[in-house]
Design a protein. Structure first.
Length: 346
């Protein structure tokens, strides 16, 4: 990548905006948004989400311009919109582009997604974001940005670490080069699938953790839910072809701890509000950005059935969110479930 070439960001949500400002420590940044008014605001006022943006960040609503000017691109949009986004940029992508996505969720394709609860979904219908990129574009060198990346903390300049996962050394090294700073340490990982799965699945557990907090329960039961939920994440990963390595690192347990314990996490907040007695649809309507874990729960329920996995935490959370199960009944189930051993995946 040429030294004067900007790095592209597709998606001006809170995380995309936070990453854009991080990148600006090291390079010029081109930030794409479909909203013309937002593009004008960013370019004229250099602010977004109450964050003062570097003047090295420029916004555009021209996706072709971004693809032509940027060899390295970070797509960071909700999973439900990811396929549409890749379709829009794919005609302008070439094999020499490098894409590192920052989306933590699943794409569902090849079946009717209108009702994820009733439609039968199998692994063949479920795509990671890197799989979507490779299916719809000529890009070969892909990676994902994973790890404990709470957007609000990054915006506030707090230190954190992240993971660039890819099968390609060049993707990892380039990601480290443009993102590393005194506030942001970047690790590399070759298990792309594991990192993507960990990033998606931990959002479900964060909803459960927030729900317990909203119900007024303490750290002991929260710790049990997080650790047993992490175990279930590993079960899913192994069934879907990943190694367990990514789940033990920053992209796995690190991201899970941050997301499942922070009020700055959308998924934790969703669960907390659910625990406080709000209805799912009301929470969805009043949250400014999607809590990915809600959709992930629906998809994981189908995958658990396909792989015949014993995942009581996932089942419990699914029933709480989508079937309004009695909470005391669920806690009783959690406490009395006949777990065979504490650790059985090593």
């Amino acid at each position: 990548m040429q030294s004067n070439q900007p790095v592209g960001i597709v998606g001006a949500g809170s995380f995309g905006t936070a990453i854009a400002n991080l990148l600006s420590y090291n390079t010029e940044v081109l930030l794409f948004s479909r909203q013309a008014a937002l593009v004008d605001k960013i370019n004229q006022q250099h602010t977004h989400f109450d964050l003062q943006l570097s003047e090295r960040v420029r916004a555009t609503n021209d996706i072709e311009e971004l693809a032509q000017k940027c060899k390295l691109i970070f797509p960071i949009v909700p999973s439900v919109n990811f396929r549409e986004m890749v379709r829009s940029i794919a005609p302008y992508l070439r094999p020499n582009h490098i894409l590192i996505h920052g989306t933590k969720g699943f794409d569902v394709h090849g079946t009717e997604e209108g009702d994820l609860q009733s439609t039968r979904i199998k692994r063949e219908h479920v795509y990671t974001m890197s799989e979507v990129i490779q299916e719809l574009s000529t890009v070969v060198r892909v990676g994902c940005l994973s790890g404990p990346n709470l957007a609000r903390e990054i915006m506030d300049g707090q230190p954190t670490a992240t993971v660039i996962a890819s099968k390609f050394d060049e993707v990892i090294s380039l990601g480290k080069k443009v993102l590393s700073s005194k506030h942001f340490h970047v690790f590399g990982n070759y298990d792309l699938l594991g990192a993507e799965l960990a990033g998606a699945l931990k959002n479900m557990i964060a909803i459960g953790s927030g729900l317990l907090k909203g119900k007024g329960l303490g750290k002991n039961i929260q710790a049990m839910l997080i650790t047993r939920g992490w175990t279930e994440m590993i079960y899913f990963g192994k069934a879907m072809g990943a190694t367990s390595k990514a789940f033990f690192g920053t992209a796995g347990i690190g991201d899970l701890v941050a997301t499942a314990t922070s009020k700055n996490s959308r998924n934790f907040t969703f669960g907390y509000r659910l625990g406080q007695g709000e209805k799912v649809e009301d929470i969805k309507k009043t949250m400014p950005e999607l809590a990915e874990g809600v959709r992930t729960l629906q998809i994981a329920k189908h995958l658990a059935q396909e792989y015949n996995l014993k995942v009581p935490i996932t089942e419990m959370l699914y029933n709480l969110v989508f079937h309004d199960y009695d909470f005391d009944r669920v806690i009783d189930f959690l406490m009395t479930y006949p777990y065979d051993v504490d650790v059985d995946f090593l």
